[in-house]
Design a binder for this molecule. Structure first.
Ligand code: SAM
Length: 290
């Protein structure tokens, strides 16, 4: 007699039973639509062999769907008040571990080793707290965790920036940072009506498929990301202009002109027109001249 948590009636009943009030500061917008949850889990590619990691289980709406499809679920929740609720709502599932921890403080690598079988495919699936979307995702990516994919509900505008291609308005250093580690795709837009309470911003589901190795050969990663950020410094300005300003203490204008030419990039172009391959070529040319 399974009844999904993610309905308005059931969610309200659970919140009332425990006298739970939402904390806006923790980005608490719970999903109340089972269809949306099913779509998220399907896009994630979770199956009976998978390990699933959830960030912020709330009252367990998504956790429950993951528990039904995955082999094991590991969920990190920062809000102590939710622990007794989760114990109750997930009572029927013996394959779920809820960890009371801030995901930004957690040693996720160690947790993966402790909770999943060796070589088991692992997928991160979450309706993220929007106030820390970018730090959470960049942490997961930069730690080079043994995970296969990340499928997350986030603010639509941020999802678009992460998945953007050159020459689009949303394209910027965040697109490059995310796409250096993953193949990124916005898989669905989601209306506000599927949340309780409804967020003030539009939402979308972003799917990141982890790359085995970076798409470009970069001599020095911190230098590459620094040059990318500098290239987008002032969006209306040319690449020549932005790089001259950023590197004024290290390179003369003539040197910068020379490196652009050597990399096959016209100095009048704007950062937003450069592909990740072009950024890599440019950064490597500069780096070798340092
Ligand atoms: N998964 C639930 C759902 O879809 O209904 C809740 C999603 S809600 C958008 C975000 C959840 O993340 C909340 O339960 C919140 O308490 C939790 N959270 C916020 N900051 C966190 C952090 N730093 N680490 C772990 N969980 C966090």
């Amino acid at each position: 007699d399974y009844k999904a948590i993610a309905t308005p009636v059931r969610t309200k009943a659970i919140l009332e039973k425990y006298g739970f009030s939402f904390k806006k500061s923790l980005g608490q917008n719970f999903l109340i639509d089972a269809n949306t949850l099913e779509n998220i889990v399907n896009h994630a590619g979770v199956n009976a062999e998978s390990g699933a990691i959830e960030i912020g289980p709330g009252i367990g709406a998504l956790t429950e769907q993951l528990a039904r499809k995955a082999d094991r679920v590991l969920a990190f929740e920062i809000d102590q008040r939710l622990l007794p609720i989760l114990k109750d709502t997930l009572h029927d599932y013996d394959n779920v571990s809820v960890i009371h921890q801030d995901i930004l403080q957690a040693n996720v690598k160690e947790m993966i080793q402790d909770h999943f079988k060796e070589g088991q495919p692992v997928h991160v699936v979450a309706n993220l707290p929007y106030y820390i979307t970018t730090p959470i995702l960049m942490n997961l990516l930069m730690e080079r965790l043994p995970i296969d994919s990340i499928t997350v509900m986030i603010q639509k505008e941020v999802a678009d920036r992460m998945a953007a291609s050159p020459n689009s308005k949303a394209y910027g250093s965040l697109s490059i940072a995310v796409q250096y580690y993953t193949e990124a795709k916005v898989v669905m837009d989601v209306p506000r009506t599927v949340f309780m309470p409804q967020p003030n911003v539009g939402s979308a589901v972003l799917r990141l498929s982890m790359r085995n190795e970076p798409p470009v050969d970069v001599k020095n990663e911190p230098f590459f990301f620094d040059l990318v950020r500098a290239s987008f410094g002032q969006r209306r300005k040319t690449i020549m202009n932005n790089l001259s300003r950023h590197f004024k203490d290290r390179f003369s204008k003539d040197e910068i002109r020379e490196y652009l030419e050597k990399s096959g990039i016209e100095e009048k172009r704007r950062g937003e027109s450069l592909s990740i391959e072009e950024f890599a070529r440019l950064a490597n040319t500069f780096y070798e001249a340092l």
